[in-house]
Design a protein around this ligand. Structure first.
Ligand SMILES: Nc1ncnc2c1ncn2[C@@H]1O[C@H](COP(=O)(O)OS(=O)(=O)O)[C@@H](OP(=O)(O)O)[C@H]1O
Length: 406
């Protein structure tokens, strides 16, 4: 017979019961935590785990089979969702992502879209402020999708600096079949050595039928850009937003002035010799506006039919008209129409009634539509004279009179 232990060590009748309750409690707690963790991962907040895969197919990057509900591109591919459902969920997810504040841009110039403050005059009225529900992700099921694949751009806005390139890109992004990088990649001028894989990785994911786009206005004046873009794909569609070269030069100068207020006057920078009236064509603000010269380089690599010239002036006076031409050029259904725009009197520019995925009006940021300094009229006249022959040549080459010399 075992000797009785000390009285304090003897089990009481209550102890086994509390232990079993405690064990059950632990079990419930564990399953609760596990479920919470799984839910958390599905909500795309888990960076370390790859999302659940419903079905795998062995294809490579481009292996999606249209109509079979397979999303092309990634190492994993969903094979069970109907294509229409996948597309709808992806569009929802894309719209939700577009609503999130864009990442800050490197050069500080290309500020993101600004939401119109309620006090701004000239708004279309009636658009309610976005609710918090509108900011929520479109549902965890969307996260089961592979979100299409990253493609090299099929169309690029190559210029010109201060032409209205941001406005065009932001207006185009309203189209459900256009996906674009927000920031300027500067691949073909500054980062070409990083390679096409690096470039493609910057692109947003797209589904079949969607066009990938980017805009970098400096490409138009980069000597190597035409050959490099053609080497990527000779079928790339090129869009150039052009603007009266004199106003463009002043706009360019205004931008520099806003960053470096101590620079010399526009007038003194314009001339090599003010008395002889010799223009300093080495000054980039002047040089960029010699469109005919730059275009010659592009035409050595691309047929003119693969280039579209958008009027920067008309993009302001008739945005829907210019967007119509652009949509036709890109082979897109004309979805963006005058119903999408309103003129904001305070901003002095057309704005979107609703940016993609938002219920609120959107105007471009403060760095677009700056007030230009007053420039000596004689200097402006001399500049007009300087540009005229180049403009006429440009009208001839493009078959379009932009009306800067009328
Ligand atoms: N809708 C709308 N809202 C605001 N601004 C508009 C719009 N459409 C065209 N613009 C004109 O775009 C000019 C800036 O051109 P970019 O976007 O090509 O500039 S940049 O090269 O990317 O810095 C900018 O030039 P500035 O007026 O000199 O600032 C505008 O005149």
């Amino acid at each position: 017979m075992a000797p009785p232990g000390p009285a304090g060590a003897l089990p009481t009748s209550a102890e086994p019961l509390s232990r079993s309750i405690f064990r059950k409690f632990l079990l419930v707690l564990c399953s609760l935590l596990t479920s919470l963790y799984v839910f958390y991962c599905l909500a795309e907040r888990c960076q370390t785990l790859s999302g659940p895969v419903v079905g795998l197919s062995g294809g490579g990057e481009e292996a999606g089979a249209p109509g079979r509900g397979v999303l092309a591109g990634g190492p994993r591919e969903l094979a069970v969702w109907p294509a229409a459902a996948q597309r709808k969920r992806l569009l929802q997810l894309q719209q939700w992502r577009r609503r999130r504040p864009p990442a800050p841009r490197g050069d500080g110039e290309e500020a993101a879209w600004e939401e119109e403050s309620p006090g701004l005059a000239g708004g279309p009225g009636g658009s309610g402020a976005g609710s918090s529900v509108a900011e929520a992700p479109p549902g965890t099921l969307a996260l089961l999708l592979d979100e299409g694949s990253k493609q090299l751009p099929q169309a690029i806005i190559i210029g010109v600096k201060k032409g209205g390139t941001r406005a065009l890109l932001e207006f185009l992004r309203v189209h459900p079949d256009v996906r674009a990088v927000g920031a300027e990649p500067h691949f073909f001028d500054r980062s070409y050595d990083k390679g096409l894989a690096w470039y493609r990785d910057l692109m947003p994911r797209t589904l079949e039928g969607q066009i990938t786009m980017e805009k970098t206005p400096s490409y138009f004046v980069t000597r190597e850009a035409p050959a490099r873009i053609s080497a990527m794909s000779k079928h790339t569609k090129l869009i150039v937003v052009v603007r009266d070269p004199v106003t463009r030069a002043i706009s360019d100068y205004t931008q520099t002035l806003s960053k470096r207020p101590d620079i010399p006057t526009f007038e003194s920078l314009t001339f090599k010799n003010r008395t002889t009236g010799l223009i300093d064509t080495s000054w980039s603000a002047i040089q960029i506006g010699i469109y005919a010269k730059h275009l010659e380089h592009w035409l050595r690599h691309f047929p003119i039919r693969q280039m579209l010239f958008v009027s920067g002036e008309r993009l302001i006076s008739d945005p829907a008209g210019e967007l119509g031409r652009v949509q036709d050029f890109l082979g897109l259904k004309r979805i963006i129409t005058d119903k999408h725009f309103y003129f904001n009197k305070t901003k002095g520019f057309p704005c979107l009634k609703k940016a993609e995925g938002s219920s609120r009006p959107h105007c471009l940021g403060k760095t677009k539509g700056r007030t230009h300094p007053e420039i000596d009229r004689e200097v402006v006249r001399r500049l007009r004279e300087f540009y005229r022959p180049f403009n006429l040549k440009f009208y001839q080459m493009t078959g379009h009179d932009f009306g800067w010399d009328g």
